[in-house]
Design a protein around this ligand. Structure first.
Ligand code: CP
Length: 314
């Protein structure tokens, strides 16, 4: 692995899941990262990604440097040939080259603006780091994807499934703010690589990018979709069709205890943070069916497996 920008950087998903589960079992420090430094740049807030990746790096023996790039760093210019007469004081060409001297791996979080689909899909921040850094780059959630979260989700389902081919339902849920499609995009991508029966349910107007969902069944009737589900993955996202818009906050899509009755006693997943009683009801999050804390715990082992591959260049 040379970078971890998208799920397509994983050569053998099954092997990587196994490796993460082995790392979880061992619970010991490794030597792979001794004398190496991970630099993490956050252009947006984070709890899990920041701390689980830092923990993973330290378990591998790495040093870690973290910067809130949106607040503490110079505002970066990403345009080639720009006359830098605005508030942007540093060009990505210098920033990425300098960071590459301090760090052996650079990890970046940069959300979309959700205003201009074409611009967001160009992934300018992440791709510029990849272009101008001379060390591997990790995506800590970008405009269109969250591959560390998706690897975690694949690990969690592989670990907790009781059926050989479980039914996994991704359901949209209401939220007051416009959220990116990055988590559902990456989940849809990774589920198509696993031996699961994968269904997406969302209101009209919320279909994800068809280039990502491809032949996945998309249902607009949530009750029908949830029938006999083994895993229900709850997530809000803003409209892709009317890009970045909140078209509905209909709380009849909130995942409640009643809705779980219709499933095969499904395990409930969410990447977190989650808005209680808006996205998922208290009675679900506080029940035995919720695996969200277990899932968040697996973030460390997903990050550890990826970092180890990058360090070993395997
Ligand atoms: N799931 C996730 O990425 O959490 P954070 O935004 O807290 O990192």
């Amino acid at each position: 692995m040379n970078n971890y920008i998208t799920l397509s950087d994983i050569e053998d998903l099954q092997e990587l899941i196994e490796e993460a589960l082995q790392l979880k079992k061992k619970n010991t420090s490794a030597e792979a990262g001794k004398g190496k430094t991970l630099g993490m740049l956050f252009f947006n807030p984070s709890l899990r990604t920041r701390l689980s990746t830092e923990k993973a790096a330290k378990l591998l023996g790495m040093e870690v440097m973290v910067m809130n790039a949106d607040k503490d760093g110079w505002a970066l210019e990403f345009e080639d040939g720009a006359v830098m007469d605005s508030n942007k004081a540093e060009h990505i060409k210098e920033a990425a080259a300098v960071l590459s001297q301090y760090c052996d791996i650079i990890a970046v979080r940069a959300f979309p603006d959700l205003k201009d689909k074409e611009k967001d899909e160009a992934e300018i921040v992440l791709k510029s780091f990849q272009k101008y850094a001379s060390v591997p780059v990790i995506n800590l959630e970008s405009a269109t994807g969250h591959p560390l979260q998706a690897l975690t989700d694949a690990i969690t389902i592989s670990e907790l499934k009781t059926d050989k081919k479980p039914k996994v339902v991704l359901t949209w849920a209401p939220h007051p703010k416009a959220l990116p499609q990055s988590v559902p995009n990456s989940l849809a991508e990774v589920m198509q690589k696993l031996d699961v029966d994968f269904v997406i349910t969302n209101p009209e107007g919320y279909d994800l990018n068809p280039e990502i969902t491809k032949n996945v069944q998309v249902m607009h009737d949530q009750e029908e979709a949830l029938k006999d589900a083994d895993f229900v993955y709850v997530k809000n996202w803003s409209s892709y069709e009317q890009y970045g818009k909140v078209l509905s906050t209909d709380i009849s899509w909130t995942l409640t205890g009643d809705k779980l009755q219709n499933t095969g006693n499904a395990k409930v997943m969410h990447c977190l943070p989650v808005r209680r009683n808006m996205v998922i009801a208290d009675e679900v999050l506080d029940s035995e069916n919720s695996v969200v804390i277990h899932q968040a715990g697996n973030r460390t082992f997903a990050a550890q497996a990826v970092l180890k591959r990058l360090l070993e260049k395997k």
